[in-house]
Design a protein around this ligand. Structure first.
Ligand code: GLA
Length: 380
């Protein structure tokens, strides 16, 4: 059964009567622009048709009561008394409530059921999807309007300061403001964005390696620190401001690893802008070529791919229907994506899964995904 219906059914069983609202908040893949967001750079993500659903009903008091169906767990808290403790997933709810109330948004309580078909910890932004689902639930319950940038920034604040993960702004922005059939070109310095259509006659395939991140948080923070060090030594506010020839002039004065990290970010920003241009022209082969270059740079210079992601991407590259493939998200584990001709997608999914199984002994998931809209609420 689809997660929307599961949430509705469970709501009726647990809370009696029906939900008043259905909130949907999607996961995302990033077409290109990886590890650029915290360098004030450019990203090109798209929201996907896998999502977190919340069936919910506002309350007259300040109590939030939520059943997380996929965990078989319930959590409740009072908005006047937000404190840490409880199941890990409930920290995202409290964190978002905390960030919203700090920013002065009036909040009222609600009860609800959360269910999803978005794999958790797979690099498809289940955390940001949950944050934006909760923000949407609060905005719907209290009746204030949805502002993409504001909500994304407060979701990020919840994750940085309440949950304690130092993510950038990309995931929350695409989840809050995605558009069906489009990717989002986002300037992570100004948060200005435009929607660019996916090229015709091709599809995006999610290639889940079946591996999950372990020590990712520390490696992510180390990459961030290296990028900041490069910017500091070069005397620029962020790597966004470093031109390729400028970076070359500094090469000898940067630690070799720090230099390679910076080279990835500077190149990736340029590729992301070129990719958005290619999409506007409907030039899928050029978009694919840029995705391949992105993967190679993430593998050799930024060093965030690893054997499973590399094996998956190589299997994808070998298939004739593949226009381009790369890891997506923070890296190390989780998912790759491929841009594939629509006509060849069925065979691609089968062959790449078989190739990956053969080379790694691991069980992958491969599926075509559609570019979907960002977080929304509809009356039930
Ligand atoms: C994670 C973070 C994002 C971004 C990517 C890498 O998904 O949450 O903010 O930094 O990694 O591009």
């Amino acid at each position: 059964m689809d997660p929307r219906q599961r949430a509705i059914n469970a709501f009726q069983r647990r809370f009696a009567g029906g939900p008043a609202w259905l909130v949907r908040s999607p996961g995302r893949v990033n077409l290109i622009g990886e590890h650029t967001d915290y360098n004030d750079g450019f990203v090109l993500p798209m929201a996907i048709d896998r999502a977190i659903w919340v069936a919910m009903r506002p309350r007259q008091d300040d109590i939030v009561n939520v059943l997380a169906l996929d965990f078989g767990e319930e959590a409740g808290f009072r908005l006047a008394q937000l404190e840490k403790g409880g199941p890990a997933w409930s920290e995202y709810l409290k964190g978002v409530a905390w960030a919203l109330s700090e920013a002065g948004y009036p909040l009222c309580g609600w009860e609800g059921v959360i269910a999803g078909d978005l794999p958790i910890g797979a690099g498809l932004s289940s955390s940001a999807a949950l944050e934006m689902a909760v923000a949407k639930a609060f905005s719907t319950a209290a009746g204030w309007p949805w502002d993409v940038k504001e909500m994304a920034l407060l979701g990020q604040k919840a994750e940085n300061q309440w949950v304690g993960v130092q993510c950038g702004i990309m995931d929350q922005m695409i989840c809050a403001g995605g558009r069906a059939g489009h990717a989002m070109l986002l300037d992570c310095r100004t948060l200005a964005f435009t929607h660019v259509p996916l090229p015709p006659d091709c599809v995006v395939v999610v290639l889940d390696t079946g591996t999950r991140r372990g020590l990712m948080n520390s490696a992510y923070n180390e990459r961030r620190a290296q990028c900041e060090e490069a910017a500091r030594i070069m005397g620029v506010p962020a790597l966004r401001d470093a031109a390729p020839d400028e970076l070359e002039r500094w090469a000898g004065r940067l630690d070799p690893a720090v230099y390679r990290r910076a080279r990835h970010v500077v190149g990736e920003n340029a590729r992301t802008l070129q990719a958005a241009e290619a999409m506007r022209r409907g030039d899928a082969p050029e978009l694919g070529r840029l995705m391949n270059a992105s993967h190679i740079s993430l593998r050799d210079d930024f060093e965030v791919t690893g054997p499973a992601l590399d094996a998956m991407v190589e299997c994808a590259w070998e298939h004739p229907a593949c226009l381009g493939a790369r890891m997506t998200g923070a890296g190390f584990a989780g998912c790759a994506i491929a841009l594939v001709t629509a006509a060849g997608a069925g065979d691609f999914v089968e062959q790449v899964a078989a190739c990956y199984r053969r080379r790694t002994g691991l069980e992958p998931q491969a599926y075509v995904c559609a570019a979907s809209a960002g977080a929304s609420a509809t009356s039930a």
